[in-house]
Structures are given as structure tokens and as C-alpha cells.
Write a protein that binds this ligand. Structure first.
Ligand SMILES: [Zn+2]
Length: 115
């Protein structure tokens, strides 16, 4: 399988060590063209994500975190690298679903009604 940079689609990427997260070891790559790091991921090539991650991202975003903050949180705390576009797509795609199905994720802190 050819690894392409998720950022600039360059094939000029190098293996550079590993990153550990709770799912195990992941190969890290460095793109020589745009000089960005990325991890061989379920995130970039395939659009498969843990529903809990998706739910959390949507909740965070709806609670007022920016796409950037949400993206950063997922990366820092979950080792999940997604684009802001992906998060934005999730919120469009799944937020109604989550609302209507009372997705059983983390219990949310009580939100003040600001109406
Ligand atoms: Zn690149």
C-alpha cells in the first residue's frame, strides 16, 4: 500500500518511528514536501472512526469549541487525527442522529439553557 501524505497528497513520505496510543502502535510518517507529521491511520484513508470519538467531537463542537480546538483535543487525548472538514462533516451528518437517539456516550455536563 502506498502511503500518501494526507495533507498534500505527496508520496514523498518517510517512516519515522512510532506513536503509541491505547489501540497500540502506529507508524508515524513525515512528509518531506509539506513537512508535516502524520500517523498511519484509520482517520485519513478510510473514513472509519470510533463512534465515541465522533460523538465526542460533535458534542465538543456543539458546546462551543471551535473545529480547531476539537481537532486538537482528539489528537492530543485520543491520538486521532482528523481534518477540520471531517469534524464539520460529522456535525452535519450525525448531530441530528445523536440528538434523536440519545447516544450513550459520556455523560455530558449540564448545559445552561440560554434561550
Ligand atoms: Zn505533505
Amino acid at each position: 500500500m502506498i502511503i500518501k501524505c494526507p495533507n498534500c497528497k505527496s508520496k514523498n513520505v518517510q517512516k519515522r518511528g512510532f506513536r503509541n496510543n491505547n489501540l497500540g502502535k502506529k507508524q508515524k510518517y513525515f512528509c518531506s514536501d509539506c513537512e508535516k507529521w502524520f500517523v498511519e491511520s484509520d482517520g485519513f484513508e478510510r473514513m472509519r472512526h470510533d463512534p465515541k470519538i465522533i460523538a465526542r467531537a460533535i458534542h465538543m463542537h456543539e458546546d462551543g469549541f471551535s473545529l480547531f480546538q476539537t481537532q486538537n483535543h482528539l489528537w492530543q487525548y485520543d491520538g486521532v487525527k482528523v481534518t477540520r472538514k471531517t469534524i464539520s462533516d460529522w456535525t452535519k451528518k450525525y448531530s441530528l442522529f445523536l440528538k434523536s437517539h440519545k447516544f450513550s456516550g459520556k455523560t455530558k455536563t449540564k448545559r445552561k439553557t440560554t434561550l
